[in-house]
Design a protein around this ligand. Structure first.
Ligand SMILES: [Zn+2]
Length: 129
């Protein structure tokens, strides 16, 4: 058993809202997690992971998300968004031979996109709408 407790989604959301009422622009996922932890701390030693905070922030639609990425040499097809786990849409272009070619992928939920060389998210900025 861990020595901390896992808060429910609505508790995290409330903490997220309180934290960003005071600080509407947060320029990293780690900072956002810290702010949420601070808001939750009063509530019985709750702890929450960075990724969970990010996903909840995206789902809440309270934020505009800016995603900074680093391009890698890796080329392979992608199905799920590495930021929010939604299904990615293929970006295609027609070829002169009558077919289509995949240029990359885009997420309709969080705005992540990548070319064929995979872009790895390195930094997030969360801006309250
Ligand atoms: Zn996404």
């Amino acid at each position: 058993m861990p020595s901390y407790r896992i808060p429910k989604d609505d508790q995290v959301l409330a903490a997220l809202r309180r934290a960003t009422d005071l600080k509407p622009i947060v320029d990293s996922q780690r900072k956002l997690k810290r702010l949420v932890d601070r808001e939750l701390r009063g509530d019985e030693g709750f702890k929450v992971g960075e990724e969970r905070v990010r996903r909840l922030a995206i789902d809440s639609r309270l934020f505009e998300l800016r995603i900074n990425t680093r391009e890698t040499e890796e080329k392979r097809s992608m199905v799920r968004c590495p930021v929010c786990d939604s299904r990615l849409r293929r970006l295609r272009n027609a070829t002169v031979f009558g077919g289509t070619v995949t240029l990359g992928y885009k997420c309709g939920t969080c705005g992540y996109w990548t070319g064929l060389r995979r872009r790895v998210p390195v930094r997030y900025t969360f801006m309250r709408k």
